[in-house]
Design a binder for this molecule. Structure first.
Ligand SMILES: C[S@@+](CC[C@H](N)C(=O)[O-])C[C@H]1O[C@@H](n2cnc3c(N)ncnc32)[C@H](O)[C@@H]1O
Length: 278
């Protein structure tokens, strides 16, 4: 199966299901990152915008507000179920189910945006080259993507705990750190090269550091959240009952010391990226 096909299956299967089921929680979790990237993009009324990997559509709503009056938004995503959720939310946008890098658009965009939706392309340079070609001459792209796992303790701490307690669930290590996936653009110089080779200029890449709250209601809720709504859910998706129990016990042990009262919030680190077509 080619890598794009793998992504299509994942986002139309368990990945999309997780985002649809936990849409409120996940929106709350990533909202600050998206808002920071949107502020950097500085959309203006009347602009035509593409949201790449728009998922369940929260950012389509934010973009539609920013380009009013006169502007328009197109959302493209591999996941039919996530776009269906966006539709149910009544987003005022054209929605396209498909690979963002394989679309033909009827006219160019003034701006492109993505909240954690551009790290999954099998061939990143080819994909960004296609996106670049769909921008107007004065166009720009703004997105947010994760920095390395070691700086994202909200995922690396629980991941390490589960992998050491249930090593047989751990996937084989990625062939390369730039393999398609949430952390594909963690390496800034790699991302700069992708953007440059795709034709973008004046790439402005700045770190964005914050915390992600895993619970405000105690340890059991944190463990449940991690096991169902975060990338750790992928690890335990096919686990037996006893493996899941071992994972939960390990999570209790790893997370308990990090609580402040009933609240657990762990560091999160992303890049805010703004690059110009010309
Ligand atoms: C981490 S989710 C983020 C969803 C949304 N941007 C948000 O912030 O709520 C990544 C999204 O990228 C989409 N995606 C991955 N590869 C894609 C591609 N080649 N073309 C379009 N969408 C893609 C997935 O289907 C998924 O909806």
């Amino acid at each position: 199966m080619d890598r794009n096909e793998e992504q299509r299956e994942y986002w139309n299967g368990p990945g999309g299901q997780r985002w649809v089921t936990h849409q409120d929680l996940l929106d709350r979790m990533v909202r600050p990152f998206g808002l920071a990237a949107l502020a950097q993009l500085n959309l203006r009324p009347g602009e035509r915008v593409l949201d790449v990997g728009c998922g369940c559509g929260e950012t389509l709503i934010e973009i539609a507000q920013a380009v009013r009056p006169g502007g328009s938004v197109v959302g493209v995503d591999l996941s039919a179920s996530m776009l269906e959720r966006a539709r149910q939310r009544g987003v005022k946008a054209e929605l396209i189910v498909g690979d963002a890098a394989a679309q033909r658009f009827d006219r160019p965009f003034d701006a492109m945006f993505s909240r954690f939706g551009v790290m999954f392309f099998a061939d990143a340079v080819a994909a960004f080259t296609r996106l670049h070609a769909a921008l107007a001459p004065q166009g720009r792209i703004g997105f947010v993507c994760w920095r390395e796992p070691a700086k994202n303790l909200w995922v690396s701490v629980p991941m390490a705990a589960v992998k050491s307690a249930v090593p047989e669930l751990a996937p084989p290590p990625p062939a390369s750190p730039t393999e398609p996936g949430p952390f594909a653009f963690a390496d800034r110089s790699y991302m700069e090269r992708v953007l440059r080779e795709a034709g973008f200029v004046r790439a402005d890449i700045v770190p964005f550091d914050t915390e992600i709250e895993l619970s405000s209601t105690g340890l059991d809720d944190a463990v449940e959240f991690v096991l169902t709504a975060t990338p750790i859910s992928r690890l335990v998706a096919d686990a037996s009952e006893s493996q899941r129990e071992r994972a939960a016990t390990a999570l209790h042990g790893a997370l308990a010391p990090r609580f402040q009262g009933a609240r657990l919030a762990l560091p999160a680190a992303a890049w805010l990226v703004l690059a110009h077509a010309h």
